[in-house]
Design a protein around this ligand. Structure first.
Ligand code: PMP
Length: 420
């Protein structure tokens, strides 16, 4: 018996050895796979603890000062002094939490202020804030598309988009990742009179590639009864002249009915939102279950979000530096011989594609030991069969840090055989 198999067998519960099963039995293969991996002596990639966080780009992990390259903290707003001051003030003045739903006792002045900041940032008539981005997709998609309606989505869509379809009980139609042709073909097969919601993402977070939105909009416009929602979770803050996202950069603002986003990336805190110009949008506040039946965000969180969003409106210098970081890291890794998710740098996410799980874990661990934290991702979160290291850059990474990051990748890549 291999060491890995022995470890899995040693930890069987009495029920399992007696052949009985329970509701957890379906996870046995996953538990065994994880134990086999741990038995090889690697650190658990999904149990990293930040003991101390010194800045948006630096933390202490197991006593070692570590550069953070896997945080989605694109604009580095987590430690912005104005953002922190706004949070502290709201904590003092409004308390630690609202203890209630937005439609009952949970709407404070700060919730209105962050919705006003969003309306200004996006130039829209309406903005609705949710407790997370996950809940924003869950709520908006399930409320818009119900039984008998169709949600047409990219096969690589985020889990919250799929879950929104399940909650609403809509028919799901998937098209091949970023394929305009497949989107058009699948729309053409649906009943003309049926109501349809097409859901796209500006940036796809696993490979860091962006959607060809103008071409997609043109294909969608050939079909009747389609509304369009774009998730700009990874585009907000640094795409487009106002940082609204890829849909702004690509000039399709007028064609998009709903934009969903999150506060957990460029904004630097937690929360989610949807903005729209649809005249009936506000009825969502009465009928959207993940908005109605959950507590609203704490006053300190909405205050930090509002301050951050207003600062992001004027963050041209940060945007320019983030793009410079992205170009340098992409170019440097490519020159070393790493296989990347995109041929050219398309966003602040750079994915390093590895051969298999063993190689991905080996290089992830080697980087961590050198003092660099990146995300390791594997199926089902990644496109079929892909194991990758996802690097997400921050506008606060100094060019010196990017040089250090490249040096660590070279050392770890050579030591693990990922590059020659
Ligand atoms: N949409 C996309 C595309 C995402 O990547 C994520 C989170 N990674 C979300 C929505 C959910 O955001 P949140 O973390 O605010 O729940």
């Amino acid at each position: 018996m291999s060491q890995a198999a022995a470890t899995a067998a040693d930890t069987q519960t009495p029920d399992e050895t007696s052949g009985a099963t329970d509701l957890f039995s379906k996870f046995d293969p996953l538990i065994a796979e994880r134990e086999a991996l741990m038995a090889t002596g690697v650190r658990d990639p999904f149990a990293i603890v930040m003991d101390e966080v010194k800045s948006p780009t630096l933390a202490v992990i197991k006593g070692k000062e570590t550069i953070l390259l896997g945080t989605y903290n694109y604009m580095g707003m987590t430690f912005d002094p104005d953002v922190i001051a706004a949070g502290k003030k709201a904590l003092d003045e409004f308390g630690a939490g609202t203890t209630g739903s937005r439609v009952l006792n949970g709407t404070y002045q700060g919730h209105k202020e962050v919705e006003d900041a969003l309306k200004e940032f996006y130039g829209t008539d309406h903005a609705m804030v949710f407790s997370t981005g996950y809940q924003a997709n869950l709520g908006v998609i399930s409320t818009l598309a119900g039984k008998g309606d169709y949600v047409i989505l990219d096969a690589d869509s985020h889990a919250s988009i799929y879950d929104g379809c399940f909650l609403g009980n809509a028919e799901i139609v998937r098209f091949r990742h970023n394929s305009v042709e497949d989107l058009d073909k699948r729309l053409g097969r649906l009943p003309v009179d049926a109501q349809k919601l097409v859901v796209l993402e500006g940036v796809y977070s696993m490979l860091g590639d962006i959607a060809p939105l103008p071409e997609m909009v043109a294909a969608i416009r050939k079909h009747k009864n389609c509304m369009i929602l774009v998730d700009e979770a990874h585009g907000m803050g640094f795409f487009g002249p106002n940082g609204r996202g890829v849909y702004e950069e690509q000039g399709v603002e007028k064609d998009i009915d709903f934009v969903v986003g999150t506060f957990s990336k460029s904004v630097g805190t937690v929360g989610g939102f949807c903005v729209s110009n649809h005249p009936k949008f506000d009825v969502m506040r009465l009928v959207c279950r993940p908005y109605v039946f959950t507590a609203s965000l704490p006053p300190s969180v909405v205050a930090t979000a509002a301050t951050s969003i207003r600062k992001l409106m004027h963050a041209q210098d940060k945007r320019a530096h983030l793009w410079e970081n992205s170009r340098r890291l992409h170019g440097g890794l490519k020159a070393m011989g790493f296989k990347l998710g995109t041929d050219t740098p398309q966003s602040a996410i750079i994915a390093v594609i590895l051969n298999d799980q063993a190689q991905a874990v080996a290089i992830w661990q080697a980087l961590l030991e050198l003092g660099l934290y990146v995300n390791m991702a594997r199926p089902p979160a990644t496109p079929t069969g892909t194991f990758l290291l996802r690097c997400s850059l921050c506008a606060e990474h100094s060019s010196d840090q990017v040089t250090q990051i490249l040096g660590m990748f070279e050392e770890a890549g050579k030591a693990t055989g990922a590059i020659a």
